[in-house]
Design a binder for this molecule. Structure first.
Ligand code: UDP
Length: 381
């Protein structure tokens, strides 16, 4: 069985690392079952050393066979170029399935290229919705789900979203053979956190930074287009973080897009401690030592929970609604007052991480199992 895995952006490397490891484990111990060959394609959406290479090294992700080098352009141009190049790759590799992750332009381009060649698509992190169509990610995920053969859902809420959109699921099973498979497998990012926290060693820089703040610090990240592209929102978030940082240090690993916006707007941060984007091991270390998290990232909202930290989300809505329902996450948008109020509500709040919200840390293995059961069903060349 051959699977083409398409990745391009930071969170996808982390998610794909989990499934690649599950594939390797399966191949080692397959007891007569068919071998799985995985061909990784890197579209090039994120390409810097600290946004891409470091994840491949730390997480032992197999080297991509193809590197398309497509990034840094508008959504339409990027998706269009990827579509063209991915079609060539799929035609050459003739895989039994194409695997895509999350909600980036690489996800949509990969799914679209595959489905048009009648290659079935497996979507990892299916069914998530923000119900905000202005988010490029929302468009990517809705379209990808619609054309996928396997929809691997991380949460009960994501399964419900698909049901509401007309996917027929009864007791977790499809009603008819021709329907897509919707499988609640848990969150691969939870698998990643559980596995890598056992082996993660921080860089010297991060180890020293943590020592500098013996009374703890907050961790913040900002990168969503809705915040970076609207200077009023960005200014308001930064003003709030600056106010908080006067009392409790705030560490901000700066996404390249945010750094660019700060330069354009001539923003100077006096109190917030900015650092370059860090690798996953450093991120895990920061998450496990911080007092709480301020973020507009999807992945980091959950990681805050995995590491038992309260989270203030700098958005108006979230796909990870279960965290808000349990009071582990507060939506504060980009509003100065709301962010400060959320900080005081969340300060030193205890988080119960024993509630089973994201599966049991074996989502990767479950995905491989489901694919093995059905991958040959609909292969067409
Ligand atoms: N991350 C990282 N270093 C950083 C910032 C984020 O390793 O400097 C990791 C983070 O721990 C999470 C993933 O990148 O696993 C989230 O990526 P991002 O916030 O870019 O995307 P999103 O989850 O919003 O799609």
């Amino acid at each position: 069985m051959k699977i083409v895995t398409i990745v391009g952006a930071r969170p996808q490397f982390i998610k794909a690392a989990v499934v690649s490891r599950a594939i390797e484990e399966y191949n080692r111990d397959r007891r007569g079952g068919c071998m799985i060959e995985e061909v990784i394609v890197h579209t090039g959406q994120h390409f810097d050393e600290n946004m891409s290479d470091i994840f491949f090294q730390e997480m032992s992700i197999p080297r991509p066979r193809y590197h398309l080098g497509i990034g840094g352009t508008s959504h339409g141009a990027m998706t269009g170029r990827m579509l063209e190049r991915l079609e060539e790759v799929i035609l050459r590799e003739k895989p039994d399935a194409v695997m895509v992750y999350g909600d980036t332009n690489s996800t949509l381009a990969g799914a679209l290229a595959a489905v048009k060649l009648h290659v079935p698509v497996a979507h990892v992190e299916a069914g998530l919705r923000s119900y905000n169509m202005r988010m490029p990610e929302e468009v990517n995920r809705i379209l990808t789900d619609r054309i996928s053969r396997w929809l691997f859902c991380p949460t009960a809420a994501s399964v419900e979203n698909l049901k509401n959109e007309g996917f027929c699921i009864q007791d977790g099973k499809r009603l008819f053979e021709h329907q897509p498979v919707v499988a609640l497998v848990g969150d691969v990012m939870y698998d990643a956190a559980l596995f890598y926290k056992k082996i993660a060693r921080p860089s010297q820089e991060i180890a020293e930074l943590i020592k500098k703040f013996p009374d703890g610090f907050y961790l913040a990240t900002i990168h969503r287009a809705e915040n970076t592209d609207e200077s009023v929102r960005l200014q308001s978030i930064l003003k709030a973080l600056e106010a908080i940082a006067r009392e409790i240090p705030v560490v901000l690993p700066l996404h390249p897009r945010t750094r660019q916006c700060l330069m354009v707007n001539h923003n100077q941060l006096e109190y917030v401690h900015q650092i370059a984007p860090v690798g996953y091991f450093d991120m895990i270390t920061l998450l496990s030592h911080c007092r709480g998290v301020f973020t507009d990232s999807g992945g980091i909202q959950k990681e805050a929970y995995f590491f038992g930290k309260p989270c203030v989300t700098l958005r108006e809505e979230t796909e990870w609604v279960e965290l808000v329902e349990h009071g582990f996450n507060i939506l504060a948008g980009a509003d100065y007052e709301r962010i400060l109020a959320a900080e005081s509500r969340m300060r030193d709040k205890r988080i119960d991480t024993l509630i089973d919200l994201y599966g049991s840390g074996n989502a990767g293995r479950k995905i491989v199992q489901v694919l093995l059961e059905g991958v040959y069903e609909h292969t067409a060349y």
